[in-house]
Design a protein around this ligand. Structure first.
Ligand code: ADP
Length: 399
């Protein structure tokens, strides 16, 4: 057993009182932005609640909070997460893209190759899609990873799910549809620009054996920020249809957070086989998660299930588990709204640090418990979207 923590919550709170609020009035403690503070082995964990639409702009605030805490003597590390308190503003009109690419077929777009060594049977058609939404030739199933709000770990889940599907022997791509805040270049440590093949077709980037497309490879973030709805939709359709994805079992789409018009249009226009909803256990997040479920139901996209992220906390020193975030909320809620529960992922320093380093936990600690959990989630997702599960679950059949 270790001695009690030398760093106290009071010390942390006092330090945080020196950080001004977002509009330079008051301080973040007085403003009630600081969550419960958890201290373990000299490492300090807490979150700051901010308005979703300001999350990006308030990144310096998060860094300032981390900095003042790290400066306390005895503190070995600080992990501060921004959590949003409402869904991001979704003022974009749900306009149809004028320039959406037609579903032309690429040279690689025929005859799904079954000789890649897994035992499952593919559905005869391409992606299981509703009439009116043309599937992408060569891609068996497109799976959206979505959340009702930002900061719940949607991108972290998307990247680890994609890598876990790959680890389970599938051919996988990931499309970063979070055009206003693309994170795949960083999460997968990919830089540079994709090359153009014949015609307008773009060759996807690749790392860790998965193919990747992200707006982050194509335009600077501040350029994308000023794009309006139709431009975003058109860019997305191009990334979907004018990229040489080749034959894929699953294309994971990291959706933009939230449930506004832009997300709804996307859910409608991308031929999705299903959606995975990421939620934290907190009530507020669950309200948002429910909105995401409602959104996909509205456009008749099957709900593959809910992942509870930051489900509980594992103290790095003792390995002891703490249910400080109201663990189990997502599971209970999934039951209530009749959506499968896919699994829970704890809040750990490793997940965050490995993501930041561009070496997601599924590839860097493939035998660890978190990688195992992601692979389980991946198995369940594939069970549902591969041909076999469609027969078992009538809800999956669209025709
Ligand atoms: P979103 O896509 O929902 O905005 P991200 O995936 O970007 O969220 O995650 C937000 C932050 O939380 C990132 O810094 C990420 O590394 C961190 N994070 C996500 N999931 C976990 C986890 N299970 N444990 C620790 N940190 C996490």
């Amino acid at each position: 057993m270790r001695m009690g923590n030398v760093v106290s919550k009071e010390q942390v709170t006092d330090a945080l009182k020196t950080v001004r609020g977002p509009d330079l009035e008051g301080n973040i403690v007085e403003l009630g932005m600081v969550s419960d503070i958890f201290i373990s082995d000299g490492k300090v964990y807490f979150s700051l609640t901010v308005p979703a639409e300001r999350a990006k702009e308030l990144e310096p605030l998060r860094m300032a909070a981390e900095r003042v805490v790290k400066a306390i003597s005895g503190v070995k590390g600080a992990m501060v997460a921004l959590t949003a308190d409402k869904k991001p503003g979704a003022s974009q009109p749900a306009a149809r893209p004028a320039a959406a690419a037609p579903a032309h077929s690429h040279s690689h777009g025929h005859a799904h190759d079954h000789g890649h060594g897994h035992s499952h049977t593919h559905a005869p058609a391409a992606a299981p899609a509703r009439p009116g939404k043309a599937g992408i030739p060569g891609i068996h199933a497109i799976v959206a990873v979505a959340s009702g709000k930002g900061g719940v770990g949607k991108s972290t889940t998307a990247v680890n799910l994609a890598l876990a599907l790959k680890a389970n022997g599938l051919r996988v791509g990931i499309l970063d549809a979070d055009i206003y805040g693309p994170s795949m270049p960083r999460l997968l440590k990919i830089s540079g620009r994709p090359t153009q093949l014949e015609g307008k077709i773009i060759k996807p980037m690749e790392n860790y054996g998965i193919k990747v497309m992200s707006m982050g490879f194509l335009v600077d973030e501040d350029v994308a920020m000023i794009w309006r709805g139709p431009m975003v939709q058109s860019a997305l359709m191009q990334m979907l249809r004018e990229v040489a994805w080749g034959d894929l079992d699953v294309l994971v789409v990291d959706m933009p957070p939230g449930t506004g018009d832009a997300q709804l249009t996307m859910a409608q226009q991308v031929p999705l086989a299903g959606a995975v909803i990421v939620s934290t256990p907190q009530d507020l997040a669950l309200i948002d998660a429910r909105k995401a479920v409602t959104m996909f139901r509205k456009v008749e996209v099957p709900l593959l299930g809910v992942v509870e992220n930051m489900s509980y906390f594992i103290a790095p020193d003792t390995g002891k588990r703490y249910d400080i975030f109201g663990h189990g909320g997502a599971r209970a809620e999934a039951g209530r709204i009749n959506v499968p529960f896919l699994g829970e992922i704890p809040l750990t320093m490793a997940i965050r640090e490995l993501s930041d380093a561009g070496t997601p936990i599924v590839v860097s600690e493939p035998d660890g418990p978190q990688a195992v959990a992601y692979r389980e989630i991946a198995r369940s997702v594939w069970d549902q979207v591969s041909g076999a599960a469609q027969k078992a679950a009538p809800a999956m059949i669209f025709e």
